[in-house]
Design a binder for this molecule. Structure first.
Ligand code: GLC
Length: 604
């Protein structure tokens, strides 16, 4: 071997040392080395947990404006929300004395509502640390305290310690939210950004070391260039503390020029659709983070006195839809400045408790499917059990598309038999829900099959879904689209499809006449052989919805799914535009139909 290798000894040695170092680094970063099976095992608790509690809180609550975004003159983001003069905002900490903060109560409230984990904001974009960090951020003679942390407030306790202990005592998994973006650190994005990298990585280590074991790190984005960050080093440090740690997909997502070999660090362990339901996605874990009390200005993560808490029905339906879509829901509560929980939010968690106690077997440790969610509801399964999550049932029968297994029984969770029939040739199922089995939030029906569920069934779940179109639904067909680039429309009979969407620069648009102002649910019907594409639906000047286009198992397998709501206050003529997010992940998709379905606000 040495006879063939004429490399000088010191070079060989260098290569060996580099190789060993790389191997050490890789070994400690599971995203770079694990097999899919190992990833599945590491994520198992999260997959089974389904429901978590998110907390956004800090001195910002005193202002009643949006956490971090409320600060005027900040260095990033648009002009929206900027309400509080910077000086006022930065000095809110002086009055932060949350004497009513009781994590034990909060955790038991969450636990009773069926939440299995908790993600707590430790530092938001405003840079304030909710624990007595040892890391210094401001020089001694600056206008603000050196650590700018909870230790500088009149409240002398450590909320993170209290939260960690409460979670541990009551058996909830623990995640720390940490914003890499930092709008007040003097070294943030200065020069090569190394001073800031050292600061924030030390803080992350402190959080893992001092408050361990921590189960999850929930980052909240950073932007600019990959070379200004030391992301592989960050991962190595984190995994030295806990080899089982989960990391969301925001540790590096916004950076440009990410080298291909580090793409898994950009992705982390799970996707985080924000304040909207994620699309059905089996291949990769996801978690929708949802504001429980949204403000009409699209904020509401932190305490906003004039935010409106969602209804109990809406909250339960959101949870059910996420779980049917094979994802989790992280529901955000925004404590008051004194640390107490908003009574309306408390009431929602208390209201979820009886529903989840009764129906939990349709939620936990299930997988989404076999039928993909639709306006009728959705389904979950575990082995030979399928749970239908039905929304607003009527006296009309549900006709479910073919199931390869035979159904042996259909009952409510508490055992009431539900009449059903399964067509022996087609495998379709007809089922009418008796009034006695209906639940005003989500009705759960349990099907027992002769064999285990093996695959997800694409295409509309309900054979009679077409007939169920709500009056006033606006449907957009590819054949009426104006399209740019290489897009083509393929028509056969009644139906047409937008095909050849290979280039993320191509777009399609339709004229949209709003005769009946109001709120509509936006539903797409698409197919894709591979996942990864993000599509934006632009509705006039004010609303843009984004969705990950789900992988449907084939070009000809279509899936219908809802991506959000849009409100048109006035009758108007606008455009509906479909445009890909050109983020380097675009994979060809086919689009069959877009629907705007009138949203009946009585559903709230
Ligand atoms: C966004 C917001 C932030 C919030 C977060 C939760 O990134 O900037 O305020 O904490 O989403 O997902």
């Amino acid at each position: 071997m040495s006879s063939k290798n004429h490399r000088p000894f010191f070079l060989t040695l260098l290569v060996v040392i580099q190789g060993t170092l790389a191997a050490m680094g890789e070994q400690s970063t599971p995203q770079l080395t694990e097999t899919p099976k190992q990833t599945e095992e590491r994520l198992a608790w999260f997959r089974d947990a389904k429901f978590g509690l998110f907390i956004h809180w800090g001195p910002a609550a005193l202002s009643g404006e949006e956490i971090s975004w409320g600060m005027a003159g900040r260095i990033e983001g648009g002009a929206q929300h900027m309400k509080v003069p910077r000086e006022t905002y930065m000095n809110l900490y002086k009055d932060f004395n949350p004497v009513k903060f009781q994590p034990d109560e909060l955790v038991s409230l969450a636990k009773n509502a069926g939440m299995k984990y908790l993600v707590f904001v430790t530092k938001h974009h405003d840079g304030f640390s909710l624990w007595p960090t040892k890391e210094k951020r401001f020089p001694e003679n600056a206008d603000y305290p050196v650590h700018y942390s909870i230790a500088d407030t009149p409240y002398k306790k450590d909320p993170l310690r209290m939260v960690q202990q409460a979670a541990k005592k009551q058996g909830l998994k623990l995640g720390w939210y940490y914003s890499t973006r930092d709008w007040t650190h003097p070294a943030y994005l200065q020069g090569d950004n190394m001073a800031y990298n050292n600061y924030y990585e030390n803080q992350v280590e402190e959080l893992l070391r001092e408050y361990g074991p921590v189960d999850m790190l929930w980052f909240d984005h950073c932007f600019e260039k990959w070379s200004q960050y030391t992301i592989p080093r960050l991962y190595e440090k984190m995994y030295a503390h806990n080899p089982k740690l989960l990391v969301n997909d925001r540790a590096a997502k916004g950076l440009t020029d990410i080298p291909a070999e580090f793409a898994p660090l950009r992705q982390g362990d799970f996707d985080t659709p924000e304040n909207r339901m994620g699309a059905f996605q089996h291949g990769r874990a996801w978690e929708s983070c949802m504001i429980l009390s949204p403000h009409e200005d699209h904020g509401g993560w932190s305490y906003r006195p004039d935010a409106k808490t969602r209804s109990l029905t809406e909250t339960i339906r959101l949870l059910s839809s996420c779980v049917c879509g094979d994802g989790n829901m992280l529901l955000n509560l925004a404590p008051l400045p004194d640390g107490s929980i908003r009574p309306e939010e408390k009431a929602i968690l208390e209201g979820i408790a009886p529903w989840i106690r009764k129906n939990g077997e349709a939620i936990y440790a299930t997988r989404g499917g076999p039928w993909i969610n639709g306006p009728w509801g959705g389904s979950t399964y575990r082995g030979k059990q399928v749970y239908l999550h039905l929304i607003d049932p009527t006296d009309e029968p549900y006709i479910f598309n073919r199931l390869p297994q035979n159904i042996l029984a259909a009952t409510t969770i508490d055992g009431q038999e539900i009449p059903f029939s399964q067509n022996s040739k087609k495998g379709t199922i007809s089922l009418t829900l008796p009034k006695s089995a209906r639940d005003s939030h989500v009705s759960i029906i349990k099907l027992t099959l002769d064999k285990e569920v093996q695959e997800v069934l694409y295409g509309p779940a309900l054979a009679n879904q077409q007939a169920n179109d709500i009056p006033g639904t606006l449907t957009f067909h590819p054949r009426n689209a104006e399209h740019k680039g290489d897009l083509q429309v393929t028509s056969s009979g009644e139906s047409s499809v937008l095909t050849h969407w290979n280039n993320p620069k191509d777009t399609a648009n339709w004229p949209l006449e709003i005769d009946s102002p109001g709120t509509y649910t936006v539903q797409l019907t698409t197919s894709a052989t591979e996942a990864g594409s993000t599509l934006s639906v632009v509705l006039g000047k004010t609303t843009t919805l984004h969705t990950l286009v789900p992988r449907t198992g084939g070009e000809h397998n279509y899936q219908s799914y809802q991506i959000g709501k849009v409100t048109f206050p006035n009758a108007e003529s606008i455009q509906l535009l479909l445009c890909p997010n050109d983020d380097g992940n675009w994979k060809p998709i086919q689009v069959k139909e877009i629907k705007l379905i009138p949203y009946n606000s009585s559903h709230d």
